[in-house]
Design a protein around this ligand. Structure first.
Ligand SMILES: [Zn+2]
Length: 69
């Protein structure tokens, strides 16, 4: 997990760490434990649900790195 990676293509809520970039859970409405998985282009922290979403978020980043994005 790299909390300093930049994640693009997010909604405003996701970019502010208020929604999961993987499943779309709104943390203002749903109490789900979340972990920082990176940063948005604005520099704010992006959070994903603990467990599968966080794994997916980091795995997706690894695939992008492998493709040279
Ligand atoms: Zn999620």
């Amino acid at each position: 997990m790299n909390p300093h990676k930049v994640i693009t293509g997010l909604t405003a809520l996701q970019a502010d760490g208020l929604a999961c970039p993987v499943c779309g859970a709104n943390y203002l409405r749903v109490r789900v434990p979340s972990v920082p998985v990176g940063r948005s282009v604005t520099g704010s922290q992006v959070h994903a649900c603990v467990g599968r979403c966080a794994e997916v978020a980091t795995a997706e980043h690894r695939r992008r790195l492998a493709r040279g994005w």
